[in-house]
Design a protein around this ligand. Sequence first.
Ligand SMILES: Nc1c(C(=O)O)ncn1[C@@H]1O[C@H](COP(=O)(O)O)[C@@H](O)[C@H]1O
Length: 177
Amino acid sequence: MNNKQESPLVGIIMGSDSDLPVMKAAADILQFFEVPFELTVVSAHRTPQRMLEYAESAASRGLKLIIAGAGGAAHLPGMVAAITPLPVIGVPIKSSNSIDGWDSILSILQMPNGVPVATVALNAAKNAGILAAKILGTSDENLRQKIVTYMENLKKEVNEKVEHLQHSGYPNRFDVK
Ligand SMILES: Nc1c(C(=O)O)ncn1[C@@H]1O[C@H](COP(=O)(O)O)[C@@H](O)[C@H]1O
């Protein structure tokens, strides 16, 4: 699955394996950009010692940033950010007992001054992966070029939809692409 020869640059962690269906999107997009990553379950609540050791060792193991997803009382991203000097991207997850995901969003977003977590939208693990790739792309021209191509393709997709709409007969005078 992941490129085993290269040591991981991104650590994807989540509070439970029940988060995997959401967090898989971060792994998929990193794989698309050919960014080596590792993925595992770490819980601040249920496995505090494992969380401590993961966060303490992340930088020295060669990781450049961490994507942390959790639902409910989602303390994992913030606790990891409190320990590691690496940037942490937090993914709020709408878990089964959640208050519509707001519990997780606010737990991850409302960090105290001095301990930032870059929080993406609810369940937006794909965006977390893209953001990680963009950050790594600041010092990797090859990766940056892949991101430029990805963005060009996004634009093309929208333009094709606009083209399709043009042919459906609705009036539109705006044609800047
Ligand atoms: N928020 C946390 C933490 C943590 O922050 O340490 N550990 C587990 N969880 C979350 O509990 C939810 C339910 O987990 P289970 O499905 O295992 O009961 C998951 O969304 C997980 O991220």
